[in-house]
Design a protein around this ligand. Structure first.
Ligand code: ADP
Length: 180
């Protein structure tokens, strides 16, 4: 993972690489409502965190999240073997053309995840580009929503101190920097 840009007076870092390498207080997982793992960044996080993460997700599904995690919401688990304190799972919207409230739901993923981080006292949090992989959200629009949501949340000066947006490829980071 390497830094490619620093924005918002140092409070927003843009990086390229795998989010599983992030060292800090928390990583956000672009999960699905089922919470029991999947492809993309979700698969990478579960693989790196180890079986304790899946076990904790199963306990959530057996108890407080019997119906799954609603789209746009976030829930925190332990980090298993990842070098962070916690994992914030959020369920992004599946892109369906833009007329099904996708923008508000994606903004909610960022604000709910940041609220969860603040609630836990996390100072440093890394996000992947939620919904822009298997869920098909157009990357330019997702970039604007991510930037605006993070900027708005950080405006009151509260935690987290620094947010890192981790893009899996150089070109995805470039799209973000051009589109935000
Ligand atoms: P979604 O289902 O929310 O679209 P995906 O995991 O398919 O989730 O993709 C979300 C974004 O995460 C995509 O831009 C994808 O390239 C990126 N991604 C995949 N693996 C990783 C990883 N290990 N670290 C950071 N980003 C990743």
């Amino acid at each position: 993972m390497r830094t490619v840009a620093v924005l918002l007076d140092g409070r927003l870092e843009v990086a390229v690489g795998s989010i599983t390498e992030f060292r800090g207080d928390a990583v956000v997982n672009a999960a699905n409502s089922g919470l029991l793992g999947g492809g993309g960044v979700d698969g990478a996080i579960h693989a790196a965190a180890g079986p304790e993460l899946l076990a904790e997700c199963r306990r959530l599904r057996d108890g407080p999240l019997r119906e799954g995690l609603p789209t746009g919401r976030a829930v925190v688990t332990g980090a298993g073997l990842l070098p962070v304190r916690g994992i914030i799972h959020t369920a992004g919207p599946v892109w369906a053309g833009g007329g099904r409230g996708e923008a508000a739901l994606l903004a909610s993923c960022y604000s709910e995840s940041l609220s969860a981080a603040r609630g836990r006292g996390y100072r440093t949090v890394a996000f992947p580009a939620v919904s822009t992989g298997i869920y098909g959200y157009p990357k330019e629009e997702a970039a604007r929503i991510a930037f605006e949501s993070i900027e708005r949340f950080l405006a009151d000066g509260g935690l987290p101190e620094r947010v890192t947006l981790v893009f899996f490829s150089e070109s995805d980071a470039s799209v973000f920097l051009r589109s935000r």
